[in-house]
Design a protein around this ligand. Structure first.
Ligand SMILES: NC(=O)CC[C@H](N)C(=O)O
Length: 199
């Protein structure tokens, strides 16, 4: 019997949803948009896109997705957070908006908009051993940094000594946007995690 492919969702409340859907399509994976608890129940893994984390947090609560997402994360669902999505995954946030909450799961502390207004968007080539020898061209858009990585998580990449990618079990959080480049390797890595093909 051929096993049916795992379903990957993209949290579609706010932010850069389409780019992730297109990236998954380029890898032959049809994404399911996640807008309510029934959508979430139908997916095996989920991407949380970039956008504005404080708004995404509010919408998660409004659409009754915060607790279901927390529960799924705690029970091991693979999640890939990019930029605002990384902030949503972080256990700790040092300069959130008043009352801003995260979903948590990834043992890191993040700082929002950490690269400052002058260079709030820039690009850099990152050395990421997990992706192979070719550098990963990273696009940072009002990006957070990972200020500290706790003992349960590990650093995957940094730029000028500042951590911008971390992983913990099935959780992957990066502060930049591979979905706006032609580099599919981050999404391939996430698909392997969802499919249970660990390196
Ligand atoms: N490109 C992005 O996702 C920016 C993140 C945004 N600055 C936030 O705090 O959520």
């Amino acid at each position: 019997m051929v096993q049916s492919p795992k379903t990957i969702g993209v949290l579609a409340l706010q932010g850069g949803v389409r780019e992730h859907v297109n990236m998954l399509a380029a890898l032959g994976r049809e994404a399911r948009l996640v807008r309510d608890p029934a959508d979430l129940a139908a997916v095996d893994g989920c991407i949380i896109p970039g956008g504005e984390s404080s708004v995404m947090d509010k919408l998660c609560r409004m659409f009754e997705l915060q607790q279901p997402l927390r529960d799924r994360i705690q029970s091991g669902m693979p999640v890939f957070g990019t930029c605002a999505g990384l902030i949503m995954l972080a256990d700790r946030i040092v300069d959130g908006m008043a009352g801003q909450e995260t979903l948590g799961g990834l043992d890191v502390t993040v700082r929002r908009n950490a690269f400052g207004s002058q260079v709030d968007s820039f690009e850099a080539d990152l050395d990421v051993p997990e992706l192979g020898p070719e550098p990963s061209h990273a696009v940072f858009i009002r990006a957070p940094i990972i200020e500290s990585v706790g003992p349960k998580a590990r650093t995957l990449a940094d730029v000028n000594g500042r951590t911008v990618a971390a992983m913990q079990g099935n959780l992957l959080g990066i502060s930049f946007h591979p979905e706006v480049t032609s580099d599919t390797r981050w999404h391939e890595l996430f698909c392997r995690i969802v499919d249970g093909i660990t390196p």
